[in-house]
Design a protein around this ligand. Structure first.
Ligand code: GL7
Length: 815
């Protein structure tokens, strides 16, 4: 196996600079050194990748196929260097060359094939699967353009395309020989085969060639390398003028366009279903390619297709890949000639489904018309799955129309993808305890009552390798110097840090590290169009997608409130605070975009008001993404996790903050509940309605925000200022809709459907407690260390071990 020493690495970089660019080290740009270094690292990875592959084949281990429309990877170079334990060697060589690794890392585009939490979770899971030694293939789409880049102009968000492949991506490998054909449209002809069995043949279809590109997922220090396989689409028949004569010129043009459009761009919607046909094409495209390949691979080594579930499990990341159920049925019925019963037995023992949200606007349901035209054979199969399932319901519940209304897969002219996923899976899981409970009691109650054993919880997790070891080197060394480095692959070891929480020297050192990280972030902000901020102030951070349910609006309204109090009373006792935001809004989500504008307008006023003496500042970090996230978590004192209780299925940012020693200011929502349990509620700042209270109001009414507005003069004043141009004399019209959303029930939504005014005072009070607590530096340092010490549960390694034990049943491989 190839390992690099310093001289070999230097030589390799020099060779690649020659081969790729005809340059010597002294002439090369940073970009070129990044490329040469990446290729050198890839050479090391390749050997491990091949030997991992061989070991998996020899041991004939079971493989999980993690099917996901999104993998929010973040940069690979730095992580790969750490996983291969080559950091010392690389640093020495780069020092010789006279350049810093951080600067080279900055040259890598941030592969952003995902929106937010759901996509990042998939990336953390792959990291853990490799590190723990399990055979896994991530299956996704090679979007030409990933998540857009956000530019803030005049306070407004502008979306700029993310051309991440423009310089080539050194870590990917095209695997032409593994391509497969995916068919769309046409019609299904029924004939009989020589044995008299019915055969279903799709005819007059359009097709594309799905071509896989493999990316290595390197395990930490264990020589295991798994594969993330992202599919690209190419035209099947190379366009030639011959086809004109044959009369299928039109078809050739269409196929060419189809291939071009499918993988063009990631839909930038987070927790929101838009119902676009192209999106369904993307879904079927990558699912069909992945399942075809998985079955072919299984059959290379095995004879009996019936035993597929012993070697293969398909995990569906949300409903986006839920056509998996029907695609596997199609392959088993049409290509392997199995009976329905045999095929269904295999399918329902290979498929498992994770639910990631209870928000109704995220529920995927496709109109029958659109679906059946695009996927005629798949639609037939779903109809049959539905017919048989409804028969079961009729038997079990005496034809209860209520049960049919809730559980039917096809209903009211639509195909409900969650219902398909549940019926076709042997496991259905939520992503935090509270979320799974709500699924069982509310959203999926009928399914739970029918098949309780399918349901289980897998609380999300994050990889400490990226979000501490790579993102926060100072705190990593602090931890390692005290408890050793076992935490890197077993985060439960962090518990040993607890004994240092009260140690004054450790407290001082911890606070000094936090300070250094705050300086680093302040410099970054300055460099990226932000204001000057004071690293001695409290860094109070909310970074996540912009969504009304996440309530960035509550946060900025509190800032407005504080500012107005401060204006009234300039001598107010206040610990200087920097409110930091980072968030992208989906391109078509107007209210979310208005909230971004509001944050920026409030920031402009406050940051330029000399009379408040820099006591508060507001920063909106442009283009929040994985690479700057690592730096932001490291610098945070306060972690804002303030979603309306019951709405955030889990959250994972909350865990990344905790790992970096920030204190949680949050509602009892998603995984916040478990964070408070682990570290002790007295070491968090919890406020607001509980999930039960929110659900009660939603079901039975009884909340009128207008009453709060009428009686709470603080609330009334900030809301008036919002629309009267106090924060933006020119663009304040943009805020009228926000104002209306809080007060007017004539709108489609209920007024203040996310209970912002309802939770406002309780939030203000929690914020006051934060400030009081910060005055006691020793208490704060102790509590921050306790947060780090008790974050063990939130490693994605723990989550993956639970998936393996309860759902996937994989064997661990060591090399
Ligand atoms: C999400 C949830 O909103 C988020 O709370 C959760 O942590 C994440 C991963 O399970 O999944 N669901 C969803 O549709 N998106 C999420 O981020 C986009």
């Amino acid at each position: 196996m190839k390992v690099l020493n310093k001289d070999e690495l230097r030589h390799s970089i020099e060779e690649y600079l020659k081969i790729l660019y005809r340059k010597e080290v002294s002439e090369a740009s940073r970009m070129q050194i990044y490329q040469a270094l990446s290729y050198s690292i890839k050479d090391v990875i390749i050997d491990q990748w091949m030997s991992t592959h061989r070991a998996f084949e020899e041991k004939d281990v079971k493989t999980v196929y993690y099917l996901s429309m999104e993998f929010l990877l973040g940069r690979a170079l730095g992580n790969n260097i750490i996983s291969l334990k080559l950091d010392k060697v690389v640093n020495t060589v780069l020092e010789e060359i006279g350049i810093k690794l951080e600067d080279i890392e900055e040259e890598e585009p941030d592969p952003a094939l995902g929106n937010g939490g759901l996509g990042r979770l998939a990336a953390c899971f792959l990291d853990s699967l490799s590190t723990l030694g399990y055979a896994a293939v991530g299956c996704g789409i090679r979007y030409k353009y990933g998540m857009f880049k956000q530019v803030i102009e005049n306070g407004f968000q502008i979306e700029v395309p993310d051309d991440w492949l423009k310089n080539g991506y050194p870590f990917e490998m095209k695997q032409d020989d593994l391509s497969v054909i995916v068919k769309f449209g046409g019609y299904v002809r029924i004939t009989k085969d020589e044995l008299g069995r019915e055969k279903y043949i799709q005819e007059n279809y359009s097709s594309v060639r799905a071509v896989p590109y493999d990316l290595p997922i390197v395990g930490y220090g264990n020589h295991i390398v798994n594969t993330l396989r992202i599919w690209d689409a190419e035209a099947t028949n190379h366009f030639n003028l011959d086809s004109f004569d044959k009369g299928d010129y039109q078809k050739a043009v269409e196929d060419q366009n189809l291939a071009r459009s499918i993988c063009e761009v990631l839909y930038p919607n987070d927790s929101h279903y838009a119902g676009k046909e192209l999106r369904l094409k993307q879904q079927y495209f990558f699912v069909s390619a992945s399942i075809q390949r998985a079955v072919l691979k299984y059959m290379e080594k095995h004879e009996d297709i019936h035993k597929l579930p012993e070697k293969v499990v398909f995990q569906m990341n949300d409903t986006h890949p839920s056509v998996t159920v029907a695609e596997l049925m199609r392959i088993l019925l049409d290509d392997y000639n199995l009976s329905w019963e045999e095929a269904w037995e295999i399918t329902t023992h290979s498929c498992a489904y994770t639910n990631h949200t209870i928000m109704s606007e995220a529920l995927e349901k496709w109109p029958i018309d659109l679906f059946s035209k695009l996927l005629p054979r798949i639609y037939q199969l779903i109809e049959e799955i539905n017919r048989r399932f409804l028969m079961n319901i009729k038997v079990q519940y005496n034809g209860d129309p209520n049960k049919i209304e809730k559980m039917a897969i096809i209903y009211n002219g639509h195909i409900r993808m969650a219902n398909l996923a549940i019926v076709g899976s042997f496991s259905v899981n939520g992503v935090a305890e509270l979320h799974t409970d709500i699924l069982k009691k509310q959203q999926l109650r009928d399914f739970y009552e029918m098949t309780p054993d399918k349901f289980n919880n897998k609380t999300n997790g994050i990889t400490q390798r990226r979000f501490l070891l790579h993102g926060n080197p100072l705190l990593s060394s602090f931890v390692t110097s005290r408890i050793g480095d076992k935490w890197i692959t077993n985060l439960q070891h962090m518990k040993n840090l607890e004994e240092f929480a009260k140690d004054p020297k450790s407290q001082r050192e911890f606070m000094e590290i936090k300070y250094q990280n705050k300086v680093r972030l302040a410099e970054y902000i300055k460099l990226h169009n932000g204001p000057e901020i004071d690293p001695n102030s409290i860094f109070d951070v909310q970074v996540k997608r912009l969504h009304e349910y996440k309530r960035q609006l509550l946060n900025i309204m509190h800032v407005m409130y504080l500012y107005e109090e401060l204006k009234k009373n300039p001598n107010m006792d206040i610990v200087p605070r920097t409110f930091i935001f980072g968030a992208k809004a989906s391109a078509g989500y107007h209210r979310a975009k208005a909230i971004i504008k509001l944050i920026n307008s409030v920031g402009d006023v406050i940051n330029n008001d000399k009379s408040i003496n820099n006591k508060i500042k507001v920063v909106f970090i442009e283009n929040y993404r994985v690479s700057n996230a690592e730096m932001i978590f490291a610098a945070a004192d306060v972690s804002e996790q303030i979603s309306t209780a019951s709405k955030e299925a889990s959250g994972t940012g909350n865990m990344k903050f905790m790992l970096n020693g920030a204190l949680t200011l949050g509602t009892l929502d998603g995984a916040n509940v478990e964070i408070a349990e682990e570290v002790g509620v007295e070491n968090t700042f919890i406020f607001g309605l509980t999930a039960d209270e929110v659900i009660h109001y939603e079901l039975h009414g009884g909340y009128n925000p207008r009453e709060i507005y009428d009686h709470d003069m603080g609330v009334q004043s900030i809301m008036k200022h919002m629309i009267e141009g106090y924060y933006d004399p020119i663009n304040h019209d943009a805020f009228q809709d926000i104002y209306n959303s809080l007060l007017d029930s004539y709108q489609l939504d209920r007024a203040d459907q996310y209970f912002i005014l309802k939770d406002f005072r309780s939030y203000v009070e929690a914020q006051r407690k934060v400030q009081e607590a910060y005055k006691d530096k020793s208490w704060w340092a102790k509590t921050a260390i306790l947060n780090v010490a008790n974050c063990g549960k939130f490693s994605s390694d723990r989550t993956i071990e639970e998936y393996v034990k309860d759902i996937w049943k994989l064997e661990k491989v060591t090399l």
